[in-house]
Design a binder for this molecule. Structure first.
Ligand code: HEC
Ligand code: HEC
Ligand code: HEC
Length: 194
């Protein structure tokens, strides 16, 4: 009987601890945003901005995507027959290739002019347009946020959708791989580094 009571006591203590740590963990899951991090970690932030990580997906507003000077030559033209106005986001375009999302947030797919491969000095290849996932043409949903955004929450066709764009099947905290994609949500730390 006594043994049973000790057992019960331990179980209750463990349950209480689990609840407590959950309470603390909740505030630990909030994001501060990379601009807040940059406020105190300026030097790291400069390196990081040149690394390409935050540019894994970039919003475009009628103009070509922008890359830090001395990094990528960029993506000078939208897919053939289209205008930058018809593109909502460019995916990549920093290191190897770029893909494009239409105004509804879907990724453009098809046999030709759907992916731009950047010129590559090491391989000696020139920049060129190519196909992308023709089986899904003319477009497919954006479901790539686990690796290309920060704080991605997968939703689905019913949403909610990032920016209210039905083609984006999820919600992110920040586009691209920003500080908190690697270091974890940092609102608690940013508010009280000590
Ligand atoms: C208010 C200022 C401030 C803000 C905002 C801030 N930090 Fe910090 N951070 C610090 C200080 C101070 C330290 C301790 C520095 C040290 O020990 O060298 C630190 C330490 C760190 C460390 C550990 C460094 C190590 O050597 O172990 C990481 C990682 C870090 N911060 C990431 C972030 C991220 C990510 C963000 C944004 C979510 C952020 N910080 C926002 C001030 C800040
Ligand atoms: C499992 C993780 C993961 C998923 C999911 C993922 N990617 Fe990637 N992607 C990567 C990694 C890692 C790289 C290489 C990063 C680099 O070297 O620039 C990459 C590179 C890219 C690049 C080239 C970036 C550049 O600047 O040259 C594009 C474009 C891209 N991915 C598009 C997509 C699309 C579209 C999807 C969804 C259909 C997707 N990715 C899903 C991990 C992923
Ligand atoms: C792609 C993943 C990634 C991203 C994005 C990233 N970090 Fe880090 N960071 C790391 C890794 C891994 C280390 C440990 C390795 C090292 O020290 O070089 C690190 C180390 C650090 C350190 C401690 C080491 C030092 O040099 O002081 C701080 C502080 C830090 N990061 C802050 C940031 C901030 C702020 C951002 C955004 C502006 C950021 N990181 C973006 C992966 C990342």
């Amino acid at each position: 009987m006594f043994r049973y009571q000790i057992g019960l006591f331990i179980v209750l203590v463990l349950a209480a601890l689990a609840t407590l740590s959950d309470t603390f963990a909740t505030s630990d899951r909030e994001y501060a945003g990379s601009e807040t991090c940059a406020g105190c970690h300026a030097e790291i932030s400069e390196d990081y901005l040149r690394s390409g990580h935050p540019l894994k997906i970039q919003k475009v507003d009628g103009t070509p995507p922008v890359f830090p000077q001395g990094t990528s030559p960029g993506v000078l033209a939208p897919p053939a027959g289209m205008d930058w106005e018809e593109i909502s986001y460019v995916i990549g375009g920093y290191g190897w290739k770029a893909r494009f999302m239409d105004r509804d947030g879907y990724i453009l797919t098809g046999e030709a002019n759907r992916q731009f491969n950047l010129a590559n000095d090491q391989l000696g290849t020139a920049g060129r347009w190519t196909s992308y996932d023709p089986k899904t043409a003319p477009r497919k949903p954006y479901t790539c946020g686990d690796c290309h955004t920060t704080g991605w929450r997968k939703t689905g066709p019913e949403g909610p959708h990032q920016d209210g764009l039905p083609g984006i099947h999820g919600i992110w905290q920040e586009p691209g791989v920003t500080c908190e994609a690697c270091h974890g949500p940092g609102a608690l730390h940013a508010a009280n580094p000590t």
